[in-house]
Write a protein that binds this ligand. Structure first.
Ligand code: GLP
Length: 261
């Protein structure tokens, strides 16, 4: 481990800017992990040690550590202390299964959390009207979330659905697809368009990477069995965290020329 005292020092004295002390300590630890000053497997000093070095109370240390454990950045092992969690490998995501973010991450044993960026009912944009087949008198439900796995923000997802499908966006808990499933509206087919892009200032801040970093922008239009479009989602995935994998088969002669669109 690098010089730990530099990580924790000065938290109390820099606290004049108003943010609660435990959040400042949490940020200092998270920054140290991101900058590689603390690496996966490193043990954190004891609660008492951190409290002394950061000049904060042990309650403050406990609160900061608990949040980082909840986020999956730290792990606590009974009797032996608190450690930096193992590094997340790049996520390999199949392009042939219609799964939700929650399911994808749960399959990998990762803890998922979302930060809400927007949710509500709005008049539809011309694009939403076209894709979702809405008239100008109908309304659209929008939900935008920052999707976080094991404490690392992985994607920003901005979904639009007809308000008749999702009349109460506040009812969406941790999973949109779980909510849709309850009303028999879980999509069974989707078309995805993936393009490379560079992150602008706002999105790079949310994804905690440098502005201009590579991203994969994914547009998913998903359908019910009836052929009705149910979801129009634009997602921005961190380019450094995702590999999308597609299985390709030699098509039989009667399938040649078939279009997925
Ligand atoms: C994926 C898709 C989105 C979809 C989401 C649902 O990430 N790219 O289009 O809306 O899954 O995930 P959840 O059910 O976890 O909200």
């Amino acid at each position: 481990m690098a010089d730990a005292s530099s990580i924790f020092a000065g938290i109390a004295t820099s606290a004049q800017n108003g943010a609660p002390l435990y959040l400042q300590l949490k940020k200092a630890i998270a920054d140290a992990v991101r900058r590689g000053l603390l690496v996966p497997g490193d043990a954190l000093p004891s609660e008492r040690d951190i409290a002394t070095r950061a000049e904060v109370s042990r309650v403050t240390v406990r609160k900061a550590v608990q949040e980082l454990v909840r986020d999956g950045m730290l792990v606590q092992r009974h009797g032996s202390g608190t450690f930096v969690a193992p590094r997340m490998d790049r996520v390999e995501q199949s392009l042939s299964r219609l799964t939700s973010f929650t399911e994808d991450m749960a399959r990998r044993g990762m803890k998922v959390r979302s930060a809400w960026l927007e949710r509500g009912i709005y008049p539809p944009s011309p694009e939403e009207m076209m894709v979702l087949g809405l008239s100008s008198k109908e309304l659209v439900a929008r939900i935008s979330r920052l999707r976080i796995a094991n404490g690392t923000p992985l994607a920003i997802e901005r979904a639009s659905l007809s308000a008749s499908t999702l009349p109460d966006p506040d009812a969406v808990g941790s999973s949109l697809y779980a909510t849709l499933e309850k009303t028999g509206n879980r999509p069974v087919r989707a078309v995805q368009r993936i393009s490379a892009a560079n992150l602008g200032d706002a999105d790079s801040k949310l994804l905690e990477v440098a502005p201009g970093s590579a991203s994969l922008n994914i547009e998913r239009i998903s359908y019910l069995l009836s052929g009705k479009v149910i979801e129009f989602t634009r997602s921005v995935y961190r380019g450094d965290a995702y590999d999308f994998v597609a299985e390709l088969r030699l098509s039989s002669p009667d399938e040649s020329g078939e279009s997925i669109l």
